[in-house]
Design a protein around this ligand. Structure first.
Ligand SMILES: C[S@@+](CC[C@H](N)C(=O)[O-])C[C@H]1O[C@@H](n2cnc3c(N)ncnc32)[C@H](O)[C@@H]1O
Length: 249
């Protein structure tokens, strides 16, 4: 057979083989893309955000968080001895944010990972009455049940979101995406994080600079970074959601 003819006959055959193998691998490809365990946990370019290894499944991660939050002895301490002390510290943080015009009494506010809700009580006491907390374990009337990787709120709901539990996010990218989804355009998010020391043993990630946060808050502008002394957390980072709608909405 002439060489040119041979090439002409083998080309469609190779193409068919390629298409068949592509078709056969489609279900595996889809499974891979849709499985939550396979999703990239974050997409930052620095090595300054590290997910802690050792969670065999999402359920194992949630169970570990619940082990502490549901501990009856600790809950007793949080709601008695610690109650007022923590509220007054949170209240002074929020008063400072009011002075900076990042929060006011008309703000609809959410505290993410609020446990028994001292931060919510602090907001309400300083006049931000439309405030609510969210945690894996509810604590009515201050805290409703919800997973911060999949907030139980609609798009553009809040003017202000506060969280000191970024280090508990197994999927930091999802944690931030949910904040940007539920914040209204121009809304403010304030995070307290630990940069100069490791957070507690229930943390799911370690953060070594603010750069990963700046990259994760894709639809927001950085407002300020400042030192704080907040229950073992040393840095306050504030963002404002931009006015233009994010592409995913
Ligand atoms: C260090 S505690 C902070 C509690 C509170 N913000 C405070 O300062 O008193 C972390 C909290 O995050 C909550 N948490 C952990 N993973 C969570 C998740 N995936 N969704 C919602 N809350 C979560 C825990 O249940 C726990 O109450």
């Amino acid at each position: 057979m002439h060489a040119d003819m041979k090439i002409a006959l083998t080309k469609p055959f190779i193409l068919r083989c390629f298409l068949v193998s592509l078709f056969l691998s489609l279900p595996f490809l889809l499974l891979h893309l849709l499985s939550p365990q396979q999703q990239p946990r974050h997409s930052v370019t620095t090595n300054d955000l590290r997910i802690r290894p050792g969670y065999s499944s999402y359920e194992a991660y949630i169970q570990r968080q619940l082990n502490k939050t549901l501990n009856p002895k600790l809950r007793k301490i949080w709601t008695t001895r610690d109650w007022n002390r923590k509220i007054s510290v949170f209240a002074s943080f929020f008063e400072e944010l009011k002075e900076k015009k990042l929060l006011d009494n008309t703000s609809k506010a959410l505290c993410i990972g609020a446990r028994v809700g001292q931060e919510v009580e602090a907001l309400r006491r300083i006049g931000v009455v439309d405030s609510v907390g969210m945690d894996l374990v509810p604590y009515p009337p201050l805290v409703v049940k919800g997973d911060f990787h999949n907030q139980p709120f609609g798009n553009d709901t809040f003017d202000f979101e506060f969280s000191n539990v970024f280090d508990h996010a197994l999927y930091p990218q999802q944690f931030v995406a949910e904040i940007e989804r539920t914040l209204r355009p121009n809304g403010v998010c304030v995070l307290h994080v630990a940069l100069s020391r490791r957070a507690d043993k229930y943390s799911a990630n370690d953060l070594y600079s603010v750069q990963p946060l700046i990259e994760l808050f894709k639809h927001s502008s950085l407002l300020h970074v400042r030192s704080v002394d907040g229950f073992g957390l040393d840095t306050e980072v504030a963002f404002r959601k931009k006015l233009e709608p994010p592409h995913h909405l």
